[in-house]
Design a binder for this molecule. Structure first.
Ligand code: GAP
Length: 513
């Protein structure tokens, strides 16, 4: 646990030191669970968004984009169920006065059991070496089977109590498991209560005419209310999807873990409209498709897993999370939900406007069903950033800090160095930059010895360093150093663009999907 905490602290401080993420309004001591993206962070975020958008919109001729407003008519949220049901079950500790999400307390308890299972697996893998069969071990080891059964029973009970809104049973579960306040160790709990997560605001100048609004807690509703507009103007036939990225706001009570759980965050969502009855098939297809997208970035298959929901949201008939191994354990990165016709039907009912599709093959009207994929851009940022930060021991006994961000997403693709600050080397370095900058983000650095400049760019996540020396003036060649292997090659200046392009071109990454 202490190692996990140390690793996570290192991620947070590196993000600040290298201009990725700052605490919002830091000079005023910050605002809790609100963050700003700095010069490198904004580029990484933009590249992740672009990587998602291309995979969704550009590569699928039956998916189009949308950018709906953050403010929506207040009835939207009544219809969607958010006014009545978008809440978290909260519990206070009477001694420490700290407030927690009751379900998260139980889930953290289960995560500890899962940690024990992982420990048993690691121990056994060491003991049995090459002959180790993980699946067989999980299915037959008595202790592990008991742990698994215990974890499943607890989650099932939690799911059932939440679904039945039996908050008294959630409290009982916390007491039975003897869960203590992580701050004080006290087990003196209040009752569990629901707390709505939407931020309210007002539209209009005078107090008597102002309308109460909500800041959207998800981008999805902007897609639902535009369903017919998009379908008609794009002349899309079912099945088709609408994709959108944008800010969402939630008054998260337990806002911790850096940019994992924020009050203002960005979502990348896609609603796929389908014929009723085909939802199971599309749900499976989108699960597979989204996992392939994740794996194409090469962060390691072992760092992802599916986690099916025990407790379904008010709109879903099936739901799963793609979980990622964050520095604090496996947690939700993306949700895939079979939303039925809940949203369109509700908007139809509340607006009095038909939101139906005329299926020419079936010769009838119906309200389409929806399968949704929904990923938090900030969480994806954290997944990539934390997975990429490495401390490496080098052959000469020193260590280096390197941020191995997939080259396709790296904020700066190349740094160009003149070996020394005179003899025409800076001028040639600038010429190279002037040529490369039309295609890539590149930067110039002439400060310190070249070795230190390499280290700086390693820690910054820059995949290539290009060094201009005296030979460059004679034969128009330079050395290019690769961040991950530290290998150096002598290449013609005219070949640089092609070498970099091969590594950072989105096509070469997305094609792995
Ligand atoms: N439209 C469905 C929906 O919003 P969700 O599971 O509540 O579903 C989808 O959210 C994704 O949004 C999550 O998987 C997560 O990546 C991201 N997300 C949700 N709440 C967040 C928060 N407070 N901070 C950062 N990301 C969040």
């Amino acid at each position: 646990m202490a190692k996990q905490e140390d690793d996570f602290k290192r991620v947070i401080s590196h993000a600040k030191e290298y201009g990725y993420v700052f605490q919002s309004s830091e000079i005023y001591d910050g605002l809790s669970a609100v963050y700003d993206y700095a010069q490198n962070g904004v580029e990484l975020k933009k590249n992740i968004r672009e990587y998602w958008w291309r995979a969704m919109v550009q590569l699928n001729d039956n998916i189009v984009g949308l950018d709906a407003a953050i403010f929506m008519h207040p009835t939207t949220w009544k219809a969607s169920g958010h006014v009545d049901a978008f809440s978290d079950p909260l519990i206070d500790n009477k001694d420490s006065k700290k407030r927690y999400r009751a379900d998260v307390l139980v889930e953290d308890y289960v995560a500890k059991i899962e940690g024990k299972i992982e420990k048993e697996v690691t121990k056994a893998a060491k003991r049995f070496g090459n002959t180790f069969d993980k699946q067989q071990f999980l299915a037959t080891n008595q202790r592990v089977v008991e742990y698994q059964e215990r974890a499943t029973t607890i989650l099932k009970r939690l799911g059932k109590s939440l679904e039945n809104e039996d908050l008294a049973d959630v409290k009982k579960l916390i007491e039975e498991l003897e869960i203590a306040c992580p701050m004080s160790g006290s087990k003196n709990w209040t009752d569990v209560k629901q707390f709505n997560l939407m931020f309210g605001t007002k539209l209009g100048a005078s107090a008597d005419t102002a309308i109460d609004l909500y800041l959207r807690p998800e981008t999805a509703q902007g897609i639902f209310v535009n369903f017919l507009n998009v379908q008609k103007t794009s002349r899309m036939k079912i099945p088709f999807g609408v994709a959108q990225t944008g800010k969402a706001f939630r008054n998260e009570i337990v806002a911790r873990q850096f940019i994992f759980r924020m009050r203002e965050f960005e979502q990348m969502e896609m609603q796929f409209f389908i014929k009723p009855g085909t939802q199971k098939e599309w749900y499976e297809k989108w699960k597979e498709n989204r996992m392939k997208w994740h794996l194409s970035l090469g962060l390691g298959e072992e760092n992802y897993r599916f986690h099916d929901h025990e407790k379904l949201a008010h709109y879903a008939d099936a739901a799963t999370d793609i979980e990622f191994r964050f520095p604090f354990g496996f947690k939700e990165l993306e949700g895939i939900h079979s939303r039925t016709d809940f949203d369109l039907s509700k908007h139809q009912e509340f607006s009095g406007k038909k939101l139906q599709y005329f299926d020419t093959d079936e010769n009838k009207n119906y309200v389409p069903y929806v399968v949704e994929t929904s990923i938090g851009l900030d969480r994806m940022f954290l997944a990539i950033f934390s997975n990429s930060l490495k401390e490496e021991e080098l052959e000469n006994g020193t260590t280096r800090t390197v941020l191995k961000i997939p080259a396709v997403l790296a904020p700066t693709k190349a740094a160009v160095f003149p070996l020394i600050k005179r003899d025409g080397l800076p001028e040639l370095a600038h010429e190279i930059i002037d040529d490369l900058k039309w295609d890539f983000n590149v930067l110039y650095d002439q400060k310190d010895a070249v070795g230190r400049r390499y280290r700086r760019q390693d820690a910054n996540g820059t995949p290539f360093c290009i060094t201009v020396d005296h030979q460059s003036l004679e034969d128009k060649t330079v050395t290019i150093r690769h961040r991950d292997t530290m290998e150096q090659q002598r290449v013609a200046i005219t070949d640089l663009k092609a070498i970099i392009f091969k590594e950072v071109d989105m096509k070469n990454w997305l094609i792995k999907m």
